[in-house]
Design a protein around this ligand. Sequence first.
Ligand SMILES: [Zn+2]
Ligand SMILES: [Zn+2]
Ligand SMILES: [Zn+2]
Length: 472
Amino acid sequence: MPTPAPGGPDEGLSFTDREILTTATHPDFRAWLARVRHIGGCQHPVHLIGHTLTVDAATGRLVHAFTSAEQPHGRLTIACGNRRQSRCEPCARLHQGDTYQLVVSGLAGGKGVPDTVRSHPRVFVTFTAPSFGPVHRRTAEEPCRPSRGRRGLVCPHGRPLWCLDRHSPGDPLTGSPICPDCYDYPAAVLWNAHTRDLWQRLHRNLYEAIATARGISRNAARNTVRVAYAKVAEYQRRGSVHFHAVMRFDGPTPDTPPPAWATLALLIQTIRTATRRVHLAVSGLDTILRFGAQLDIRPILPGHHGDDLTERAVASYIAKYVTKPDVAGITVDRPIRDAITISVLPVTDHARTLIRTCWTLGIRPEHKTLNLRRWAHQLGYRGHIASKSRAYSTTYTALRAAREQHRRDHNQEDAHDTTADALTDKHWTYAGTGHTTGQAMFADAIADDLQAARDAAHDARLSVDTPQGETQ
Ligand SMILES: [Zn+2]
Ligand SMILES: [Zn+2]
Ligand SMILES: [Zn+2]
């Protein structure tokens, strides 16, 4: 931290004040502010140096030049785009908003999805993980594991199989095994790592189940009815991933209705049958991986309220998870680089053992493709928290492009012509990341402003959408 010169103009100012002053008096300040607004007040932006030149292929004439030299501070600043709230709040909020739009448009229409989807059978499903051994449960009224019928029963390691405690939500024991030595840690980690394959099997089974129920071939089933979905992964306290999914019957395309026989009852029956039939043998593991027996399926009815799920409630529920995938004490928000750090991670002993199991199994040749060390911080779970079938609704890319277009229209900017005969020369290099202390304060204020504007727009939309007498 530089010390102010005695008698200088900033003598007596605090470090923070000086930082703000330095930022605000820079000649590029206004242009920089506009750029930070453009990137939504991102907390950890990436800086690039370089150019994009567009040249007419026929004449060699320079059609358009974009260079970092003309940008504030001589560099192009772009948003980090991180989806985790713990890493960049403004970028995560944008992603959360996009997820909400993505889910709600598949239920209520909009963003290129016809609103006739509201009349298709739709359900909200929770797919659970199987048991890998008894764990302490969060209970308010009754003991965790009543002794009834268990008194005197001990596991092979001599530990009692009952627990008379009542565990609060914050109790680190909640979700931890009754006996860590009995708990099937390899199966628990490999379940998380294989959820993608399990889901693919489930999806295939859906058409098998429809075919069986209708007495037709699987291909015939696929050609008449489709199951579109959007899903999100969530960690249970015991560190196993489970899924919440919106599933919808369509005709062969989203804008065609499913056949009359593809009812809500058939959708529910199909999901039950398909889930029960999923099994996956993994080399080096005695346990066959399956979904948990507990399967919760609830219809989503248009414009319904009370105990039933409304379209917006479901979309909000799913969007809530995508930016907060980490459960305090269970997962951490960035990859683990070496084994030594595992012992100091702020997680429960149970989670630490799951992470260590990833580390140990990670070097086994039979699990090489799972990249378990790379995903140890997510307890073996790989990839994105939210995903969807192509037909369900729009895409993140389309939502981002629409936002960019809207911004251009609003600012009356020209998107320069990129014709078929134009040649583009792009050359960009990484030139650092982040804000200075002073810049960070302005960026935070911008992010807050933008969020307040979005909240206001959201509230206004809700009051228009909500018919009289209906509650959200
Ligand atoms: Zn960001
Ligand atoms: Zn207990
Ligand atoms: Zn035991």
